[in-house]
Design a binder for this molecule. Structure first.
Ligand code: SAH
Length: 274
């Protein structure tokens, strides 16, 4: 049965009326589903974490070629559907471990997985990304974001969407835009498009990341202000100007003009001895 009709049938059979609050926009395009699975390119020796498993369409396709999928789903209404699936004779069922809970509260480092994927709800995007970034065993993420959010992480210095979250992404990952998914690929139709993005972990600079991101967040504090003005509560003006001069960065620079490597240099300069 085509996915769209099957999804609507499951919604009515299990009384899972799509919740806006939980970001429930189920993927219904067969070609979109295939595109996602091809991009993930599941390997039989690799395990995966999925955020927001829903009716398990993506899950099953990844599990059938991969080793194992830890499928996280917050909405308890899927309980009966999952119980029946686990009892079914579906041979991929034993490669899927369903975890009913909030992905933001689960410690990913306890799951033996290398990669993470998902058609995720918009409201968890930033927090989830920070969590993935901080979980070193996850080497790759293949994630569908709301377009506007994807534009922020995919942007480059001097672009209007460039911000602290972009610097976080660039610190930990190589990023790649894969495809735009229009609202018609989902049921119910969201009001905006989605973008499918791949993140691959690279070696992060060996610095105190917690304090580094504090600096980055302060630097972007008031967007229209100059970097120096955003940071003057944390450092003396003299220290700031000396550091910028030393790095040959203009004294009137704004945070959005600096790349992650500029920020790393600035951080090292500001946290070093005078
Ligand atoms: N993967 C399915 C469902 C995507 S919709 C598909 O593509 O069709 C997003 C899913 O994320 C919903 O099932 C929703 O209930 C779930 N979800 C929402 N918040 C979550 C959270 N904090 N943790 C885990 N799952 C969550």
């Amino acid at each position: 049965m085509e996915i769209s009709r099957e999804t609507k049938r499951l919604i009515s059979q299990y009384h899972i009326f799509p919740s806006d609050k939980l970001g429930q926009n189920f993927l219904i395009g067969a070609s979109a589903l295939q595109f996602i699975v091809d991009a993930i390119n599941p390997q039989k020796d690799k395990s995966y974490i999925e955020v927001g498993a829903g009716f398990l369409f993506i899950t099953k396709m990844v599990a059938s070629n991969g080793k194992r999928v830890f499928a996280i789903e917050k909405d308890k209404r899927f309980g009966t559907f999952y119980d029946e699936f686990k009892e079914s004779s579906d041979e991929v069922a034993n490669k899927i471990e369903i975890i009913q809970g909030d992905a933001l509260k689960i410690d990913f480092s306890l799951l033996d997985a290398d990669e993470i994927f998902g058609n995720i709800p918009y409201y968890i995007s930033s927090e989830l990304l920070v969590k993935i970034a901080n979980t070193a065993n996850i080497k790759r993420g293949i994630i569908l974001f709301q377009k506007e959010f994807a534009d922020r992480i995919l942007s480059y210095p001097k672009e209007s969407e460039y911000g602290a979250i972009t610097v976080l992404i660039d610190f930990y990952f190589d990023k790649k835009f894969l495809k735009t998914f229009p609202p018609s690929f989902f049921f119910p139709r969201p009001s905006v498009s989605s973008a499918f993005v791949e993140l691959k972990r690279h070696a992060a600079p060996g610095i105190d990341s917690e304090n580094f991101f504090k600096l980055v967040r302060s630097a972007f504090g008031m967007r229209r202000k100059k970097l120096v003005n955003n940071l003057k509560a944390d450092f003396s003006l003299d220290r700031l100007l000396t550091s910028l001069d030393k790095l040959s960065i203009r004294r009137d620079v704004r945070a959005e003009e600096l790349s992650v490597s500029d920020f790393v240099k600035l951080f090292n300069e500001l946290s070093g001895e005078l």
